[in-house]
Write a protein that binds this ligand. Structure first.
Ligand code: SF4
Length: 234
Protein backbone atom coordinates (compact mmCIF):
# COMPACT_ATOMS: atom_id res chain seq x y z
CA UNK A 1 0.00 0.00 0.00
CA UNK A 2 1.40 3.43 -0.89
CA UNK A 3 2.31 5.82 1.91
CA UNK A 4 -0.17 8.65 2.51
CA UNK A 5 0.70 12.28 3.20
CA UNK A 6 -1.39 15.05 4.74
CA UNK A 7 -1.34 18.56 3.37
CA UNK A 8 -3.62 21.58 3.10
CA UNK A 9 -4.92 23.57 0.15
CA UNK A 10 -6.22 27.02 1.08
CA UNK A 11 -6.63 25.69 4.61
CA UNK A 12 -8.61 22.58 3.58
CA UNK A 13 -7.13 19.37 5.00
CA UNK A 14 -6.29 16.90 2.26
CA UNK A 15 -4.78 13.44 1.97
CA UNK A 16 -2.65 12.22 -0.94
CA UNK A 17 -0.17 9.53 -1.84
CA UNK A 18 3.55 10.02 -1.43
CA UNK A 19 5.03 11.09 -4.77
CA UNK A 20 1.66 12.11 -6.20
CA UNK A 21 1.69 15.37 -8.14
CA UNK A 22 -0.11 18.24 -6.41
CA UNK A 23 -2.56 18.69 -9.27
CA UNK A 24 -3.71 15.05 -9.13
CA UNK A 25 -3.83 14.90 -5.34
CA UNK A 26 -5.84 18.13 -5.31
CA UNK A 27 -8.37 16.69 -7.78
CA UNK A 28 -8.85 13.60 -5.58
CA UNK A 29 -9.68 15.99 -2.73
CA UNK A 30 -12.18 17.99 -4.77
CA UNK A 31 -9.90 20.95 -5.50
CA UNK A 32 -9.56 22.06 -9.10
CA UNK A 33 -6.20 23.38 -10.25
CA UNK A 34 -6.31 24.37 -13.94
CA UNK A 35 -4.11 22.53 -16.44
CA UNK A 36 -3.42 22.75 -20.14
CA UNK A 37 -0.35 20.57 -20.70
CA UNK A 38 -0.93 18.05 -17.91
CA UNK A 39 -2.70 14.72 -18.31
CA UNK A 40 -3.10 12.27 -15.45
CA UNK A 41 -0.81 9.22 -15.69
CA UNK A 42 1.27 10.76 -18.50
CA UNK A 43 4.83 11.92 -17.80
CA UNK A 44 4.42 15.65 -17.03
CA UNK A 45 5.89 18.35 -19.24
CA UNK A 46 5.46 21.35 -16.94
CA UNK A 47 5.34 23.58 -19.98
CA UNK A 48 2.26 25.80 -19.67
CA UNK A 49 2.54 26.82 -15.99
CA UNK A 50 -1.18 27.60 -15.73
CA UNK A 51 -1.24 25.23 -12.73
CA UNK A 52 1.06 27.50 -10.72
CA UNK A 53 0.36 27.27 -6.98
CA UNK A 54 2.22 28.57 -3.95
CA UNK A 55 3.51 25.63 -1.90
CA UNK A 56 5.24 26.37 1.40
CA UNK A 57 5.62 29.98 0.24
CA UNK A 58 7.14 29.26 -3.18
CA UNK A 59 5.50 29.40 -6.58
CA UNK A 60 5.69 26.05 -8.34
CA UNK A 61 4.00 24.06 -11.07
CA UNK A 62 1.43 21.75 -9.48
CA UNK A 63 1.81 19.23 -12.32
CA UNK A 64 5.50 18.54 -11.67
CA UNK A 65 5.72 19.01 -7.90
CA UNK A 66 4.77 16.14 -5.57
CA UNK A 67 2.79 16.63 -2.37
CA UNK A 68 4.79 16.44 0.85
CA UNK A 69 3.78 15.79 4.43
CA UNK A 70 2.58 19.01 6.07
CA UNK A 71 2.77 21.01 2.83
CA UNK A 72 0.72 24.22 2.86
CA UNK A 73 -0.58 24.99 -0.62
CA UNK A 74 -2.27 28.18 -1.78
CA UNK A 75 -4.43 27.79 -4.86
CA UNK A 76 -7.21 30.33 -4.84
CA UNK A 77 -5.56 33.68 -4.13
CA UNK A 78 -5.86 36.92 -6.07
CA UNK A 79 -2.15 36.73 -6.96
CA UNK A 80 -2.33 33.19 -8.34
CA UNK A 81 -5.57 33.82 -10.22
CA UNK A 82 -3.95 36.80 -11.91
CA UNK A 83 -0.84 34.76 -12.84
CA UNK A 84 -3.09 32.15 -14.45
CA UNK A 85 -5.15 34.77 -16.23
CA UNK A 86 -1.94 36.38 -17.55
CA UNK A 87 -0.74 32.98 -18.87
CA UNK A 88 -4.07 32.41 -20.62
CA UNK A 89 -3.84 35.91 -22.12
CA UNK A 90 -0.29 35.25 -23.32
CA UNK A 91 -1.39 32.04 -25.02
CA UNK A 92 -4.24 33.87 -26.74
CA UNK A 93 -2.06 36.68 -28.12
CA UNK A 94 0.78 34.35 -29.12
CA UNK A 95 -1.43 32.28 -31.46
CA UNK A 96 -4.41 33.00 -33.67
CA UNK A 97 -7.45 31.92 -31.68
CA UNK A 98 -10.67 33.03 -33.32
CA UNK A 99 -13.12 31.18 -31.11
CA UNK A 100 -16.39 31.84 -32.97
CA UNK A 101 -15.00 30.18 -36.11
CA UNK A 102 -13.11 27.36 -34.43
CA UNK A 103 -14.29 23.75 -34.71
CA UNK A 104 -13.17 23.16 -31.11
CA UNK A 105 -15.24 26.00 -29.62
CA UNK A 106 -17.05 24.70 -26.54
CA UNK A 107 -14.64 21.78 -26.23
CA UNK A 108 -11.50 23.92 -25.93
CA UNK A 109 -9.70 24.07 -22.58
CA UNK A 110 -7.99 27.37 -23.42
CA UNK A 111 -11.29 29.04 -24.31
CA UNK A 112 -12.89 27.60 -21.18
CA UNK A 113 -10.11 29.03 -19.01
CA UNK A 114 -10.53 32.38 -20.76
CA UNK A 115 -14.15 32.36 -19.62
CA UNK A 116 -13.29 31.08 -16.14
CA UNK A 117 -10.81 33.89 -15.56
CA UNK A 118 -13.10 36.43 -17.23
CA UNK A 119 -10.54 37.42 -19.81
CA UNK A 120 -11.65 40.46 -21.77
CA UNK A 121 -8.92 42.33 -23.67
CA UNK A 122 -5.50 40.71 -23.11
CA UNK A 123 -2.93 42.96 -21.45
CA UNK A 124 -0.30 41.91 -24.04
CA UNK A 125 -0.11 42.93 -27.72
CA UNK A 126 -1.27 40.39 -30.30
CA UNK A 127 1.51 38.76 -32.29
CA UNK A 128 -0.66 37.73 -35.27
CA UNK A 129 1.84 35.07 -36.22
CA UNK A 130 1.28 33.43 -39.62
CA UNK A 131 1.70 29.69 -39.43
CA UNK A 132 0.96 27.03 -42.02
CA UNK A 133 -1.82 24.48 -41.83
CA UNK A 134 -0.94 20.89 -42.72
CA UNK A 135 -3.96 19.20 -44.31
CA UNK A 136 -1.99 16.56 -46.22
CA UNK A 137 -2.59 13.54 -43.97
CA UNK A 138 -5.72 11.41 -44.53
CA UNK A 139 -7.47 11.92 -41.20
CA UNK A 140 -6.15 15.11 -39.61
CA UNK A 141 -5.87 18.85 -40.08
CA UNK A 142 -2.94 20.31 -38.17
CA UNK A 143 -3.86 23.95 -37.51
CA UNK A 144 -0.57 25.34 -36.23
CA UNK A 145 -2.02 28.79 -35.62
CA UNK A 146 -3.75 27.40 -32.54
CA UNK A 147 -0.98 25.20 -31.11
CA UNK A 148 0.04 26.17 -27.56
CA UNK A 149 3.03 23.77 -27.48
CA UNK A 150 1.66 21.70 -24.62
CA UNK A 151 3.28 18.53 -26.00
CA UNK A 152 0.25 16.38 -25.16
CA UNK A 153 0.08 14.93 -28.67
CA UNK A 154 3.82 14.21 -28.75
CA UNK A 155 3.65 12.36 -25.44
CA UNK A 156 0.41 10.47 -26.03
CA UNK A 157 -0.26 9.68 -29.67
CA UNK A 158 1.94 6.76 -30.70
CA UNK A 159 1.62 3.95 -33.18
CA UNK A 160 1.60 0.23 -32.31
CA UNK A 161 5.41 0.24 -32.12
CA UNK A 162 5.51 3.18 -29.70
CA UNK A 163 6.66 5.75 -32.25
CA UNK A 164 5.35 9.31 -31.76
CA UNK A 165 3.19 10.52 -34.63
CA UNK A 166 3.63 14.17 -33.63
CA UNK A 167 6.91 15.99 -32.90
CA UNK A 168 8.23 19.50 -32.42
CA UNK A 169 10.56 20.99 -35.01
CA UNK A 170 12.77 24.07 -34.61
CA UNK A 171 13.23 26.18 -31.51
CA UNK A 172 12.29 29.61 -30.19
CA UNK A 173 10.30 31.57 -32.74
CA UNK A 174 10.62 28.81 -35.34
CA UNK A 175 9.25 26.06 -33.07
CA UNK A 176 6.30 24.27 -34.64
CA UNK A 177 4.31 21.10 -34.23
CA UNK A 178 4.71 18.55 -36.99
CA UNK A 179 3.13 15.29 -37.96
CA UNK A 180 4.98 12.28 -39.36
CA UNK A 181 3.28 11.75 -42.70
CA UNK A 182 4.27 8.11 -43.03
CA UNK A 183 2.99 7.17 -39.59
CA UNK A 184 -0.08 9.39 -39.94
CA UNK A 185 -1.07 7.54 -43.11
CA UNK A 186 -1.86 4.51 -40.93
CA UNK A 187 -3.80 6.34 -38.22
CA UNK A 188 -7.13 4.78 -37.33
CA UNK A 189 -10.26 6.87 -36.75
CA UNK A 190 -9.90 6.11 -33.02
CA UNK A 191 -6.33 7.44 -32.92
CA UNK A 192 -7.34 10.56 -34.84
CA UNK A 193 -10.26 11.13 -32.47
CA UNK A 194 -8.01 10.66 -29.43
CA UNK A 195 -5.51 13.16 -30.86
CA UNK A 196 -8.29 15.70 -31.39
CA UNK A 197 -9.70 15.10 -27.91
CA UNK A 198 -6.43 15.40 -26.00
CA UNK A 199 -5.36 18.58 -27.82
CA UNK A 200 -6.48 21.33 -25.40
CA UNK A 201 -7.15 23.72 -28.29
CA UNK A 202 -8.29 23.36 -31.90
CA UNK A 203 -4.87 22.56 -33.38
CA UNK A 204 -5.61 18.89 -34.15
CA UNK A 205 -8.89 18.33 -35.96
CA UNK A 206 -10.33 15.16 -37.41
CA UNK A 207 -11.36 15.66 -40.99
CA UNK A 208 -15.09 15.68 -41.79
CA UNK A 209 -16.33 15.73 -38.18
CA UNK A 210 -15.60 19.33 -37.10
CA UNK A 211 -19.18 20.41 -36.55
CA UNK A 212 -20.85 17.01 -36.00
CA UNK A 213 -21.53 18.13 -32.44
CA UNK A 214 -23.55 21.34 -32.53
CA UNK A 215 -22.10 24.47 -30.95
CA UNK A 216 -24.08 25.19 -27.78
CA UNK A 217 -24.25 21.50 -26.81
CA UNK A 218 -20.57 20.93 -26.19
CA UNK A 219 -18.72 20.16 -22.95
CA UNK A 220 -17.97 23.70 -21.77
CA UNK A 221 -21.18 25.12 -23.21
CA UNK A 222 -22.93 23.29 -20.38
CA UNK A 223 -20.55 23.57 -17.45
CA UNK A 224 -17.60 25.60 -16.21
CA UNK A 225 -14.21 23.95 -16.60
CA UNK A 226 -13.20 22.24 -13.34
CA UNK A 227 -16.74 22.03 -11.99
CA UNK A 228 -16.74 18.21 -12.32
CA UNK A 229 -13.85 17.98 -9.86
CA UNK A 230 -15.34 20.47 -7.43
CA UNK A 231 -18.89 19.04 -7.56
CA UNK A 232 -17.75 15.44 -7.10
CA UNK A 233 -16.56 16.21 -3.59
CA UNK A 234 -19.21 18.51 -2.15
S1 SF4 B 1 -1.05 20.30 -31.46
FE1 SF4 B 1 -2.40 20.46 -29.66
S2 SF4 B 1 -1.75 18.75 -28.33
FE2 SF4 B 1 -0.11 19.07 -29.83
S3 SF4 B 1 1.36 20.47 -28.83
FE3 SF4 B 1 -0.06 21.75 -30.05
S4 SF4 B 1 -1.69 22.32 -28.62
FE4 SF4 B 1 -0.61 20.60 -27.68
Amino acid sequence: MSETVKFTIDGKECIGKKGQYIVDAAAENGVYIPVLCHMKDVIPAGSCRVCTVKANGRNMAACTSPVEEGMSIENNTAELLDIRKAIVEMLFVEGNHFCPACEKSGNCDLQALGYKYQMMVPRFPYVFERRNIDATTPKIFLERNRCIFCKRCVRMIKDAEGRSIFAFKGRGETLEINIDHKLAANMTDEMAQLAMDICPVGAILRKEVGFNEAIGTRKYDKKVIGSDIENNHQ
